[in-house]
Design a protein around this ligand. Structure first.
Ligand code: CUK
Ligand code: CUA
Length: 643
């Protein structure tokens, strides 16, 4: 059977066909806004001094970062640097943070981040950590929700295009990272033509220490050489399973837009990770050589260390009978979403007009009664009709992702027809649809991929912005749209621009996170080896061509503020400690001609900037953050003498 490629073409063309209103009437006054609420302004307005109800953590896509917005206001609260250098606070430039971006490829100061997911306990958001994937150089990061800082990054070996990541199990036992591309494992020089049957797709299960959050790869399941797109954990009754969409089960290696759209159905891979965990705990699996970075930010010194790990445990699915099955799913499923009860597994076939919903109960029954429809590479394929729970008939074109509310409804995004469709879980009946502007990717409901969604809002993350905001040249920021979903119909409340390409977001009530947010690093806890906690610690130390300047700062001076004894050709380390102990009084530090960045030093912390002076002279240093009425006085000089 052949897929109709008309839809494939429509998908490709969608960017040019969205119903952009060139007449400029999309200003909310002409009734052309779908379900725009009449009192939308009131409902998103957060008065000065008031706080939002929810935090929204939006992936930054090709910024490599994570951006925090308040909801419903859409106000941007913070950008958290994760996989990319960030001059704003020196992340990825300072001696303390550069090890965070170390990989087996060396220092990689950029990535493409797609899917944030908040840690859970019993399937409910607990607000301890948020995890996010780096697609390009496969990595998973953990961000602490007390510090709002990246605390750990682990590289994923044998993976390429770390896309079906980072989704977590009900008690944060595992963060799961699935490869998008299959590749030779181990990597080697071979003909690309020999892809079929030779390449492997690694699905990686990373365990998480419940006290510290520390990650470690438990095992990698080495799957057939398909593409693995997205994944979601089972929950409640299906806890213990993980579901991954696949595409390109044709195993094409060129012109995928045609060659990977031949099979009428691809698969959702159902993985019984509990079974594999037991197998591994009993000594199963094979240790193979690997080389990947594990980077940890020490909470006492605020200094990262990077360790290279030399092997990884791999598991062949055929060695664990009953651990992996394929659920046939029409037309290149993209998103793979499990409803809050854990019963329904939704495959969003992006070239399909229908939504296919599988039943977990039927899946178990089909497994027990061996209702198979062949196999692929020795992995049983379950019979489609035997596991089907229902079909949402023709809700729209190009379904991508589904989220859930707290009333038994699902919300699916449709990229091609640019809309969000609300439907009833169990009856598959379409209840409402609203246009979005334009071409939506993921949607997000706070808690919408957990056992307990909070509901209230749905945020559409749109790929194309066009006429929504004032033009800013050819390049526009992406657009998010906020809907109130408390009533029968979704009501549009707000458009707001988002930074980078927010693929996915995670929302959590502010009351869970805000009370834990750290306000100050205590000076007494500062164990940085180069800290100068008192004025008797400040000094300049030379060790060959390396010069260490121990400095501190407090409103409104540096100590020392006149530094001599530096020569052209030296490598100077400015170790700067902020002695303040007031919330939100950082000081900055910059020196002329540095090819790194500035420092932004939080009260109680120490950061290090390196400088290789090139020119003889007396050169200024200054504080970059306006910190008091005497901020402009917070300056000094460095004398650089000939080599
Ligand atoms: S993907 Cu971007 S719209 Cu990376 Cu979750 Cu579907
Ligand atoms: Cu310190 Cu400005």
């Amino acid at each position: 059977m052949k897929k109709s490629i008309n839809i494939a073409i429509a998908l490709v063309m969608a960017a040019g066909m969205v119903s952009c209103n060139d007449s400029g009437k999309q200003n909310g006054k002409k009734g052309s806004q779908g379900g725009l609420s009449t009192n939308a302004a009131e409902r998103v307005y957060v008065a000065p001094g008031e706080h939002d109800e929810y935090y929204g953590f939006f992936s930054g896509g090709y910024t490599g970062n994570l951006t925090v917005y308040g909801l419903p206001s859409g106000r941007m609260l913070k950008e958290i640097p994760v996989f990319s250098q960030f001059p704003t606070n020196g992340y990825g430039y300072t001696e303390e943070t550069t090890p965070m971006l170390n990989t087996s490829f060396g220092f990689v100061p950029w990535d493409d981040s797609h899917h944030p997911d908040i840690s859970q306990t019993n399937g409910e958001l607990d607000g301890r950590w948020i995890f996010i994937n780096g697609n390009n150089t496969p990595r998973i990061a953990r961000i602490g929700l007390e510090s709002f800082k990246t605390e750990e990054i682990i590289e994923i070996p044998n993976s390429a295009g770390n896309h079906s990541s980072s989704f977590i199990t009900e008690n944060t036992e595992y963060v799961v990272a699935g490869t998008r591309f299959s590749v030779p494992v181990p990597q080697r020089d071979m003909s690309i033509n020999e892809y079929k049957g030779q390449f492997k797709g690694a699905l990686t299960f990373i365990n998480v220490d419940q006290e510290t959050g520390r990650m470690g790869i438990k095992f990698q399941l080495m799957m057939p050489g398909f593409n693995y797109d997205l994944s979601h954990p089972g929950r409640d009754k299906s806890h213990g399973w993980f579901f991954f969409t696949t595409y390109n089960t044709e195993e094409a290696h060129t012109l995928l837009e045609v060659n990977a759209s031949q099979n009428d159905k691809d698969f959702i891979a159902a993985v019984n990770w509990k079974k594999i965990e037991e197998y591994v705990n009993n000594g199963g699996g094979k240790k193979v050589p690997a080389n990947y970075a594990h980077n940890i930010m020490d909470e006492n010194t605020h200094t990262a260390t990077s360790t290279m790990i030399k092997e990884v445990l791999t598991v062949d699915p055929l060695d664990v009978p009953g651990a992996v099955y394929f659920l046939p799913t029409p037309k290149s499923p993209h998103g793979c979403d499990v409803d809050p009860t854990g019963e329904y597994i939704i495959g969003n076939g992006k070239l399909s007009a229908d939504l296919t919903v599988h039943s977990f109960t039927k899946m178990i029954d089909a497994i027990e009664n061996k209702k198979f429809d062949g196999e692929a590479y020795g992995i049983p394929i379950l019979n489609f009709e035997d596991i089907l729970a229902g079909v949402v008939k023709q809700p729209g074109l190009g379904p991508l992702h589904t989220e859930f509310d707290n009333k038994g409804n699902a919300y699916t995004t449709f990229f091609i027809s640019s809309e969000v469709v609300k439907w009833k879980v169990g009856t598959w009946e379409v209840l409402d649809r609203q246009p979005v502007f334009y071409s939506v990717g993921h949607g997000m409901i706070p808690g919408g991929n957990s056992r307990k969604p909070f509901g209230d809002y749905f945020v559409a993350m749109n790929k194309i912005t066009k006429d929504r905001y004032l033009p800013t040249g050819p390049e526009m920021e992406h657009s998010a749209q906020l809907f109130d979903i408390n009533g029968d119909k979704m009501e549009l409340l707000l458009d707001f621009p988002t930074h980078g390409e927010p693929h996915y977001a995670a929302g959590i009530p502010a009351e869970i996170v805000a009370p834990k947010s750290k306000k100050i690093y205590k000076l007494a806890d500062n164990k940085h080896p180069y800290a100068s906690l008192s004025n008797s610690d400040v000094r300049v130390e030379r060790n060959g061509k390396e010069v260490h300047v121990y400095m501190n700062m407090i409103r409104s001076h540096f100590n020392p503020d006149n530094i001599e004894g530096i020569k052209v050709g030296d490598k100077v380390y400015f170790h700067v400690t902020n002695l303040e102990q007031d919330f939100d009084v950082p000081h900055g530090f910059a020196v002329i001609g540095a090819n790194t960045a500035e420092l932004l030093v939080m009260p109680g912390a120490t950061e290090t900037l390196t400088w290789e002076p090139k020119k003889v002279g007396v050169w200024p240093i200054y504080c970059t953050d306006f910190c008091s009425a005497l901020h402009q006085e917070m300056q000094g000089y460095v004398r650089v003498s000939p080599a």
